[in-house]
Write a protein that binds this ligand. Structure first.
Ligand code: SF4
Length: 452
């Protein structure tokens, strides 16, 4: 815990006055929703930071909703800088009043954080304060190195507020003129603020903006943006892998309501393809010019069906994944096809084991919507479709640096917002590990698309 008492100051305009430079691309209600959403994220980060003791929002809007524990300082001055200076003088005044009073603590410093930097986290805030606390002034530049997206000031301070164009250098220069200890600190979560239309398309798109797309009903601009992003990233190039599918088993312990792949056991069925059948498909694929053997299969049928357990035991395997590892290795050794494995939910040791016999693996994230697993939902009684289990598989693959495919499933009763939330969850995992290759499957009639 820090010895400093730090007050955060967040300046924000009235909801309906904010982000006027976005007027050409966002309607007034959307701009207001964006401002509010970004403010909520910033305040959540500050409230979660261990090194912040007090939070003040300075605003002319007396109706602006604020969470518990966040103070409002009403301000009718014109402009951002006078508003922040008012807040600093208020903090200083309160600090003076508290000095020497038993049980009262004066603020040692203020941290000014803009309300439009929604990617900031509590960790960012704590790290910033840790780096700044030995200085009188610390300036956090925006990603262009010009604006100020965070300003630490030890109290009392005589630094004039210079927020606006080229404010980062202006704050540094002001501190140097006063002869105080000053530093610049780069904070990833504070590098991106949202002012101009170009900021809306910046990578990565802020999560708040992505969520706003759930209500977007104008398809043409979305398609245009998607098309230009694809063009920027890949040009006209379309790549694919020549592959043969090997459905090792259609038995599955899950019962996804839309599934056209899994088949319940019938009298006389054998649960698994034999190794001879597997190799025969692989040989035919190799002769047809394939490079890849894509193993697709139901999720751990032995956990549900005694017949599957017996079949595995008869072949000398303890689990479907053990048998899968054996088959993948034989296919590679005997045909040269590169195994890609889609066996569903996997633990870290299982992924580590299977990476020895494959070039890549995957799991469809499908949806992070937990309600789809409730009674009446398509994932009810399908334990492998619990979002946290699938996310854990993605994370484990990322930690092991396994090339991994994933994607969302469309058309199973999810909302647009739930699709966006799922894509954001995949992106967060991707940003942490950088190795998931998104796919998108449409449920209707796509048997391979819905398989784990
Ligand atoms: S979608 Fe996949 S996990 Fe669900 S029942 Fe079908 S094979 Fe099993």
């Amino acid at each position: 815990m820090t010895s400093q008492y730090v007050t955060a100051i967040v300046p924000v305009r009235a909801l309906h006055d904010g982000k006027t430079r976005l007027a050409g691309v966002l309607s007034l209600p959307r701009r207001a929703a964006l401002v509010r959403s970004m403010l909520e994220r910033v305040l959540a980060a500050l409230r979660g930071a261990q090194r912040i003791q007090r939070i003040i929002v300075v605003t002319p809007d007396e109706h602006l909703p604020l969470p518990a524990g966040v103070a409002r300082l009403l301000d009718q001055s014109v402009g951002l800088n006078p508003a922040i200076e008012l807040a600093i003088s208020e903090v200083s005044r309160r600090s003076l009043a508290r000095e020497g009073q038993p049980g009262q603590r004066a603020s040692d410093a203020v941290l000014i954080i803009p309300a439009d930097a929604p990617q900031v986290s509590s960790y960012d805030i704590d790290t910033l304060i840790k780096q700044a606390e030995n200085f009188d002034v610390a300036v956090v530049p925006d990603r262009h190195g010009r604006g100020t997206n965070g300003l630490w000031l030890r109290l009392p301070t005589a630094i004039p507020m210079q927020f606006g164009a080229d404010s980062a250098e202006a704050h540094m220069a002001a501190a140097r003129r006063l002869g105080v200890r000053v530093t610049g600190i780069e904070v990833a979560g504070l590098s991106h603020d949202v002012d101009e239309p170009a900021d809306l398309g910046a990578e990565p798109m802020p999560e708040e903006l992505a969520r706003l797309l759930a209500d977007e009903d104008e398809l043409a601009p979305l398609l245009l943006r998607a098309s230009s992003l694809a063009q920027e990233g890949f040009g006209q190039r379309v790549s694919y892998s020549r592959k043969v599918f090997i459905p090792l088993t259609h038995w599955c312990r899950d019962v996804c309501h839309y599934c056209t792949f899994a088949a319940p056991p019938r009298k006389g069925d054998t649960p698994f393809m034999t190794i001879e059948q597997v190799l025969e498909i692989a040989r035919q694929g190799a002769e047809a010019g394939c490079d890849e053997a894509l193993f697709t299969l139901g999720d751990k049928p032995e956990l549900r069906y005694p017949a599957a357990r017996r079949a595995l035991a008869d072949m000398g395997f303890a689990s479907t994944l053990d048998y899968l590892a054996y088959c993948a290795q034989r296919v590679f050794m005997e045909t040269g096809l590169l195994p890609h494995l889609n066996p569903g939910v996997m633990s870290t040791p299982e992924i580590a084991r299977l990476r020895e016999v494959s070039v890549s693996m995957g799991i469809m994230m499908e949806s992070t919507a937990e309600r789809l697993s409730e009674r009446g939902g398509p994932h009810h009684r399908s334990p492998d479709k619990e979002p946290r289990r699938r996310l854990a598989t993605l994370e484990a693959a990322g930690e092991l640096a396994v090339p991994f495919t994933t994607g969302i499933l469309i058309g199973i009763g999810e909302t647009r917002l739930e699709r966006i939330e799922t894509l954001l969850a995949i992106r967060r995992s991707h940003l942490r590990h950088g190795d998931h290759h998104p796919e998108l499957s449409r449920q209707a009639g796509d048997a391979y698309g819905v398989c784990p």
